[in-house]
Design a protein around this ligand. Structure first.
Ligand code: RIB
Ligand code: CA
Length: 308
């Protein structure tokens, strides 16, 4: 069994990624740490607790940072819904998180399992950065860090012309992580819009898979509209689920070891990743950037894991 610790700003795509990990026979999800991002922290915590319960699991959910390290919180409720789960009336209240603060849980879990934890941040990196500032030693003790974030080498932004949402929310946290020495693998939004667009045909297939397949589509109610009107994709895309697929099975991915930094400051460059292809800025090679993840492999895994 591989031990996953998943850091999430639980909204409609995070929830699908959580189900994938919880349902995978070889993955032991040791915990979910929650960060503010798509929705305010308390809502993300309730969404995570609901999703764990829906999967019939008892995995602990821990509360984390309610805002970026040095900025006000910007949410994506226009993309995922006010409640983050498509505003379809799910009972997303009244559940109780585990004792413990997310950054401390990240530290304690990695220290207690040296070389065995795959950390999978699928939201802003605030919790991870705080953990690193408190305990820099965890960088060499974690086995893998698979991040949904950034725009790969040349992808478009989804919150500004060049920035992806997770990295835009807390760019200072991204820089802490980039300079930490952690074994980083980035799955950017470029990979999601190329290989994880849930077309109508795929949605129909998911609906034949039973409760989790229907859940995975029902909660995309807001994202559906955003896709049609804003990104003009052929359906909602699944960035966190395809990042989770890479965490579960990195074999089919095409990656490149690159020097990566991030633009801090204000618009229009806030949160834009800087990929030093030719070494002009002498950025040390610190990230394995996923350039491609096969679409068929992703959807085959998604169907297998969400099926009854
Ligand atoms: O840019 C996509 C990312 O932002 C995903 O993690 C999605 O859940 C949102 O957090
Ligand atoms: Ca997310």
């Amino acid at each position: 069994m591989r031990k996953f610790l998943i850091d999430t700003d639980t909204a409609s795509d995070d929830a699908v990624a959580m189900c994938m990990a919880l349902k995978h026979p070889d993955v032991d999800v040791v915990g979910f740490t929650v960060v503010a991002g798509n929705v305010p922290l308390d809502q993300a915590v309730q969404n995570a607790l609901y999703t764990v319960e829906l999967c019939g699991a008892d995995t602990p959910v821990y509360v984390g940072a309610d805002r970026p390290m040095l900025r006000d919180l910007g949410t994506a409720q226009d993309v995922h819904g006010e409640d983050g789960m498509g505003d379809i009336g799910l009972p997303l209240t009244g559940r109780t998180p585990a004792e413990g603060w997310a950054p401390q849980v990240i530290i304690d879990t990695i220290r207690a399992n040296p070389g065995e934890i795959t950390l999978v941040p699928i939201g802003p990196l605030t919790n991870v950065a705080i953990a690193l500032l408190m305990a820099p030693d965890i960088a060499e003790k974690v086995e893998r860090v698979v991040v949904m974030g950034g725009t790969g080498e040349t992808g478009p932004g989804n919150i500004s012309p060049t920035a992806e949402f997770n990295f835009w929310v807390d760019p200072e946290a991204v820089r802490v992580v980039l300079r930490s020495g952690m074994p980083l693998e980035f799955v950017g939004w470029d990979v999601s819009i190329k290989s994880a667009v849930v077309t109508n045909e795929r949605q129909e297939h998911l609906r034949t898979l039973g409760p989790l397949g229907n859940f995975a589509i029902d909660i995309q109610a807001t994202l559906q509209g955003y896709a049609w009107e804003e990104t003009r994709l052929a359906g909602p895309d699944f960035p966190d689920p395809i990042a989770m697929a890479h965490a579960i099975d990195p074999a089919p991915a095409t990656t490149e070891h690159l020097g990566v930094d991030i633009a801090i400051g204000s618009e229009p460059m806030r949160g834009t990743i800087i990929v030093d292809h030719y070494g002009f800025a002498q950025i040390p090679k610190n990230v394995h950037v996923v350039a491609h993840y096969p679409e068929a492999h992703f959807f085959s895994m998604l169907y297998d894991l969400l099926g009854d």
